[in-house]
Design a protein around this ligand. Structure first.
Ligand code: ATP
Length: 283
């Protein structure tokens, strides 16, 4: 990794209960005693034992990217720790994933309030990521975490990549388990990823929000969803979604990337327009 200052000595960490599990990693709640002796709660992420050899490079690449990012709408990586295995020590997001929150706490959510705040915060974090020339490539409600009911942050940089001089990133898609239902046409057709393909995924992510965590394209297989898109079809307007927000989703799902809005445009839509609440006051 970059420098020794990125490493946290193991005796400054204590590991608590498991709070999450992904395909590759297990996540625990824990505490970290900072050099100034302040004790803070953290999330400690480690590769599941059967994944250690196979995915260590990907794990380090995710950590490497997260260490370079510093924004209030992106989950902060505080450092790495070498124990029996390698740990990523992240800020704790006590309310867990947005996807889980959407179907577990529907009654606490006001679509005209929380959804606009979260959409604005995701656009804000993605706009920063674009400024830093990173493509996320896995933007989805499952990868948005909640610090509080009014603070969403982007996480899971396992598939993220830096773009050189703004060029597209190419990735052969054969074989792997790819989140095709979140992918733009240029990504599932040619393996091309750019900020505008993240914009397509942003549209799917806010669709998941307004559908209270429903699965995009329902029971369809990825290949069937692709056929639908190629034939000009798109995800339907969720019941809780106002026409003006569905119009924004439609702009994110323009077939040609250049016809989609930028994250800066989306940030203005959700945070700048007087028709919407100015969420910056809440940040
Ligand atoms: P994937 O299967 O998407 O590749 P992964 O194996 O990399 O995921 P994560 O998605 O990063 O694992 O984490 C799994 C779960 O752990 C998340 O859905 C979330 O519930 C929890 N989690 C992850 N990071 C944090 C955090 N910083 N604070 C609180 N909970 C977290």
């Amino acid at each position: 990794m970059d420098s020794n200052s990125d490493y946290i000595p193991i005796d400054r960490l204590s590991l608590g209960n498991q709070i999450g599990e992904g395909e590759f990693a297990s996540v625990y709640e824990g505490s970290y005693t900072k050099p100034n002796r302040e004790v803070i709660k953290v999330a400690i992420k480690t590769l599941r034992s059967e994944q250690v050899e196979m995915n260590k490079t990907a794990f380090l690449s995710e950590a490497h990217i997260m260490l370079r990012l510093n924004h209030h709408c992106i989950v902060k990586l505080l450092g790495l720790c070498k124990g029996q295995t390698l740990f990523m020590v992240q800020e704790l997001m006590p309310l867990g994933s947005l996807l889980h929150y959407l179907y577990e706490h529907q009654e606490k959510i006001n679509p005209n309030y929380e959804f606009k705040i979260w959409a604005g915060q995701i656009a804000c974090g993605m706009n920063y990521l674009e400024e830093q020339r990173f493509v996320h490539r896995d933007l989805a409600a499952r990868n948005i975490l909640l610090a509080t009911q009014h603070q969403a942050k982007i996480s899971d940089f396992g598939l993220s990549r830096a773009l050189n001089a703004g060029h597209e990133y190419y990735m052969a898609l054969q074989g792997g388990k790819w989140p095709l239902k979140w992918y733009a046409p240029e990504s599932y057709n040619y393996g091309n990823f750019h900020h505008k393909s993240d914009v397509w995924s942003f549209g799917v992510t806010i669709w998941e929000m307004y559908s209270f965590g429903s699965s995009p394209y329902g029971e369809m297989k990825g290949s069937e969803a692709i056929n639908l898109i190629e034939a000009g079809g798109r995800l339907e307007q969720p019941e809780a979604c106002p026409d003006n927000i569905y119009k924004v989703m439609g702009q994110c799902w323009q077939y040609k990337p250049e016809n989609r809005p930028s994250f800066k445009n989306l940030l203005d839509i959700f945070c700048g327009d007087s028709e919407y609440m100015n969420i910056r006051e809440l940040l």
